[in-house]
Design a protein around this ligand. Structure first.
Ligand code: SF4
Length: 321
């Protein structure tokens, strides 16, 4: 745990117990505060309070007006909060520039990331459609397109949870690189360190990223290349990784041990990867066995791979994958 620097994450304030909801309550999430709170520093924001709506306050919801979606007062649709909520991002841009991830409150007309109810005033007899995004959440994603963003509800899914935390750590390392001065050499190193993480997410895009990195010494505008690189990388990391994709990466890594394992060890490792692929054991099992062999037969290129240790083991994110 000590080797990991605490990372700053933005969060809907009600999720860590701030009593900022319309009814004066909160939606404290035990996993976020108790478990993630041990590794991350939260920067809580409540857009509705931030734009001057008090606590308690009248509730609002999303409504469709032509092609646009607005956040309006539930009882009086002429009270429209959209502009103020969208403008809130300008007030907090400097704060948001410090975070490496954001956890949003689901279903909120301000903070909801997806599937927020959208009402149709002209067809009020119809049920709301679940295709909206909260007004603040939308501006957050537009203004900070690289930022890993997730909802607290989706964090209950082990795959999405591991994916989000993994992205936060990668993005944090990237920001660290930028802070110390991104150079062609440091970009090459960064790419090498993440090679197997990228391969797990999308082999095709991993190849594309590798080709971009191969150009670093040849392009005129290095910054442009670095921007395109991190954009594609973060896009790639947002994809879910299947058991089959992880199993392929594990077999690739096993290749480095070819000359060092006897037949029994090789069989055991292959069988463990197979069991993982079939869903009989979680990812942590073949990873632990691989690490055990790499400890006995160190391989410098594998040792630098974040794939084997992408986040603190104490979070146990790979115990449920
Ligand atoms: S969901 Fe967002 S706007 Fe609503 S109380 Fe929580 S932080 Fe505030």
């Amino acid at each position: 745990m000590d080797e990991y620097e605490r990372i700053k994450i933005g969060i809907s304030a009600c999720l860590i117990g701030h009593e900022v909801r319309y009814d004066g309550g909160h939606k404290r999430d035990a996993y976020i505060t108790n478990t993630l709170g041990q590794y991350f520093d939260f920067m809580p924001l409540c857009p509705e309070v931030g734009v001057g709506l008090g606590v308690p306050r009248p509730t609002m919801h999303l409504v469709r007006m032509g092609t646009d979606i607005h956040a309006v007062d539930i009882k009086d649709a002429s009270i429209d909060h959209t502009e103020r909520l969208a403008g809130y991002i300008d007030k907090v841009t400097a704060q948001l520039a410090q975070v490496c991830g954001y956890i949003l409150k689901k279903n909120s007309p301000s903070c909801g990331m997806e599937r927020v109810k959208v009402y149709n005033l002209s067809r009020s007899n119809l049920p709301p459609e679940r295709d909206g995004t909260g007004i603040f959440a939308q501006t957050l994603r537009q203004r900070f397109p690289l930022l890993p963003v997730e909802e607290e509800g989706r964090l209950c899914d082990p795959v999405l949870r591991e994916n989000f935390i993994g992205r936060v750590f990668v993005y944090h390392r990237w920001r660290g690189l930028e802070a110390t001065g991104l150079t062609p050499a440091s970009l090459v190193d960064f790419h090498a360190d993440h090679k197997y993480i990228l391969m797990a997410h999308d082999q095709e895009q991993a190849r594309e990223l590798g080709q971009m990195v191969a150009q670093v010494g040849k392009v005129e505008n290095f910054q442009q290349l670095a921007d395109a690189y991190i954009q594609l990388l973060m896009q790639s990391l947002a994809k879910r990784v299947s058991r089959g994709q992880h199993a392929n990466v594990l077999q690739h890594l096993m290749g480095y041990l070819k000359a060092h394992l006897d037949a029994g060890d090789r069989q055991e490792l292959l069988a463990t990867i197979h069991q993982y692929r079939q869903g009989y054991v979680p990812l942590i099992v073949p990873i632990t066995l691989l690490k055990h062999h790499f400890r006995r037969h160190p391989q410098p290129y594998v040792e630098r791979q974040y794939y084997l240790t992408p986040h603190p083991g104490e979070l146990m994110l790979r115990n449920q994958l």
